[in-house]
Design a protein around this ligand. Structure first.
Ligand code: ZN
Length: 505
């Protein structure tokens, strides 16, 4: 088979895998949105079957032969060509998938599935000791996984790389240390500021659910989400998923007394869906048409949720509409009060409820603990103590019980160690891209205030979405902004915005 034929064969196989995994996405979405509880067991069978099928297709030995044939040809001479990008990422995926022995993958899946049940029970009882033995097993397996994948500097690199290809522990450490050094004292000055918002305006007043839905859809459509190829539904935890060309799904949850929870979840998931909707459709099912990384995905959701959706310019347009929708609720509220309320900074225990200023501190402590677990053999029984100590140092609070501390997240229980940093990297990437967009488009605020978000979406399409996986995240930010990733754009954004809101000297 000549290299051109080999490439065509690889394309066809990639599209087949995309077909299988997109069917699995439909099942996963249905499970969260529609499925009656008694459907769970059979659904697990369906999903496991499709996952197994996709895995066996992804690890077929012929793929190696086909890849070698293209890799040794001149088809990949230009490393940024569509062929080279696809082959680079297929090689990465194939190597990673085949480095793990099948028995190991099964053992990992079995342990993780049991650990999730144990974690849920331990969290309900707020008793870490119930969880510790299973967590130890998972950590041991995760260390073995890092060894199977291999690494140059430290085992945590191999785990990080799974979620953020090419990222290095030392680089994340450098970024987080720079951010933390400025963020911790800045948070203190906000907490001590005499001027504080009345957040009950958005968290404890009447917001009829049907009207929340209409407003949320209106805002996401204004952002450019095409509802001819998207849908909003309700689930316990908001998420977004992509079924394929022309079908993106987002979910939220509604609380009739809390405006912010559902509205900003809709904007967040819209950001994810806009990325998927604007990836080059002609490359669907191949890396060239796929998202770069979890961090870059999160940069898109955070941009639309926070950098745009919590800006004053956005609310100059949307506050009058919001007040029309909830006339009694907001009769006594000004634009300034409302804008301050949706940007309230409140150090709290729960990561998913955290505001823009405190959120990254929640991630940093998880990152430090994960590194200590994987690289330095921190004993499992010492994790809650370290957690509480770091929490006090970063957020100034004493964690009263493990339910509000080390037991709050599901991630470790399914073996996802190395995942958390991508959330904070997303915030850093988002802020750096957005600072560049502002330079390129000086009238951005005026367009937001006029309800026109097309200039920003077009900028993101051109600089980020259209590339698919052409560039790894670290290269994408360099190409787009001329600089490597830094904590500075996020920190300047936070300082400027919150110094004004809290009237800090
Ligand atoms: Zn997200």
């Amino acid at each position: 088979m000549n290299p051109e034929q080999a490439y065509q064969e690889l394309l066809q196989r990639a599209r087949e895998r995309a077909l299988i995994s997109s069917v699995n996405s439909v099942l996963g979405w249905d499970q969260e949105v529609n499925m009656p509880p008694k459907g769970a067991a059979w659904r697990a069978e369906q999903s496991a079957y499709l996952s197994g099928l996709a895995h066996s297709k992804a690890t077929a030995p012929e793929i190696n032969e086909l890849l070698l044939s293209v890799e040794e040809s001149d088809l990949v001479d230009d490393p940024l060509s569509d062929v080279a990008v696809n082959v680079r990422e297929w090689r990465r995926g194939y190597d990673r998938a085949t480095k793990l022995p099948t028995e190991f993958v099964e053992e990992f899946a079995r342990t993780a599935s049991l650990a999730q049940h144990v974690w849920a029970e331990a969290r309900a009882k707020s008793d870490f000791s119930l969880y510790a033995p299973k967590l130890s097993e998972l950590i041991e397996l995760t260390r073995r996984k890092a060894d199977y994948f291999g690494y140059e500097d430290q085992p945590y690199d191999a785990l990080l790389d799974e979620f953020e290809p090419g990222e290095k522990t030392e680089n994340v450490k450098r970024l987080f240390e720079g951010l933390r050094a400025e963020l911790v004292p800045f948070l203190q000055s906000i907490v001590n500021a005499p001027k504080q918002p009345d957040f009950s305006i958005v968290e404890d007043r009447d917001y009829p659910v049907e009207r929340q839905r209409i407003l949320g859809e209106m805002a996401s459509a204004a952002y450019g989400l095409d509802y001819a190829s998207a849908r909003l539904d309700v689930s316990t935890h908001p998420f977004s998923t992509n079924f394929g060309p022309g079908d993106q799904r987002i979910t939220t949850r509604f609380d009739p007394r809390n405006f912010g929870d559902s509205f900003f979840s809709i904007l967040h998931e819209t950001g994810h869906a806009l990325y998927e909707q604007n990836l080059p459709v002609e490359f669907f099912g191949t890396p060239r048409g796929d998202a770069v990384s979890l961090g870059i995905h999160e940069s898109q959701s955070r941009t639309w949720e926070n950098l745009v959706g919590r800006s004053r310019a956005f609310w100059r347009h949307f506050f009058p509409i919001t007040r029309q929708m909830f006339p009694q609720t907001l009769a006594d509220v000004s634009l300034d009060d409302f804008h301050f309320a949706i940007n309230a900074v409140k150090p709290g225990f729960i990561r998913v409820d955290a505001d823009e200023v405190t959120y990254n501190l929640h991630i940093m402590l998880r990152f430090e603990i994960e590194q200590a677990i994987i690289n330095e053999d921190l004993p499992v029984e010492e994790i809650p103590g370290v957690w509480n100590e770091l929490f006090k140092a970063y957020l100034g609070l004493d964690v009263p019980e493990d339910r509000l501390g080390v037991l709050q997240d599901i991630h470790w229980s399914f073996g996802a160690i190395g995942y958390f940093p991508t959330y904070a990297l997303g915030n850093l990437y988002g802020a750096q891209f957005f600072a560049q967009a502002r330079k390129d488009l000086p009238d951005l605020d005026a367009s937001f205030a006029a309800g026109d978000f097309a200039p920003l979406l077009n900028w993101l399409r051109e600089h980020i979405h259209q590339h698919g996986m052409r560039y790894r995240a670290q290269a994408l930010v360099q190409v787009t902004t001329g600089q490597p990733l830094s904590h500075k754009p996020l920190m300047s954004y936070l300082k400027e915005k919150y110094s004004k809101l809290y009237e800090l000297a």
